[in-house]
Design a protein around this ligand. Sequence first.
Ligand SMILES: NC(=O)c1ccc[n+]([C@@H]2O[C@H](COP(=O)([O-])OP(=O)(O)OC[C@H]3O[C@@H](n4cnc5c(N)ncnc54)[C@H](O)[C@@H]3O)[C@@H](O)[C@H]2O)c1
Length: 251
Amino acid sequence: MNRLADKVAVITGSASGQGRAAALRFAREGANVIVADFDEEGGRLVAQEIVDDGGNASFRRVDVTSEGDVAELIQYTVDAHAQIDIMYNNAGLVRMAPIADLPTADWDFTVLFELTQVYYGCKYALREMKRRGSGVIVNTASTSGLVGIPTHGPHAATKAGVIGLTRSIAVDYGADGIRCNAIAPGFVPFTKQTAYLSNDSSFIDMMVAVQPLKRPGTPDDVASAALFLASDEASWITGQVLAVDGGHTAM
Ligand SMILES: NC(=O)c1ccc[n+]([C@@H]2O[C@H](COP(=O)([O-])OP(=O)(O)OC[C@H]3O[C@@H](n4cnc5c(N)ncnc54)[C@H](O)[C@@H]3O)[C@@H](O)[C@H]2O)c1
């Protein structure tokens, strides 16, 4: 099946983890994928993997916390491919601690790396999508933006912000033919971001205990949801948050 045939998809943070899984998956469904990440080595490998697999991809080095970098990423995409159909704002980096112990610099870092950059990604993609009268945005939130999780204060605040931004964009741009939805992943171990927790069996046990399906998530679980939301199968869905969390937020 070619669910994304002829689509041009920008995926931020696609050098590893969930973004990498989505890049491979989107390309297999026919999309031309722009792998966008500040990890140059990892990003080039993912783009090469796609090309070796017979797909279409290119790598762009971008620090999504730089508004100029994000503006250039969108301009490159439009210059090279004449269009941007899918913007998947997946990149993220967080510093966590209970709020009373969190240095203000870590708060500011998390707001920039998890929320402000999503605003940049949406803003520049929306300008092009509005011009064409179509487009899909998928933003990565987190179950932390939906329910309380110990020590997740800054992550909770920024991901709840991503959810609010997503809904607001859906309302403002639906009439322009643009859909905007968010994914809220539960705990996905063994990504770069969660590597430090992935051998901590007590943390994994705790995260598995709070969900009905009783297994940690995988990058492919999240990529499947992103693919659905990015595809025309979701053509009447906008402003929604899809939790991909083994049922954690249903408990
Ligand atoms: N893993 C989890 O348990 C989990 C749970 C909920 C939400 N999330 C969210 O999922 C998304 C993907 O995370 P992941 O778990 O796949 O982690 P990951 O660390 O494997 O992937 C994140 C990618 O983003 C890139 N990146 C980070 N900051 C960047 C920047 N400023 N500019 C360009 N690239 C940047 C990294 O280089 C990396 O390739 C993040 O938004 C994260 O907050 C993860």
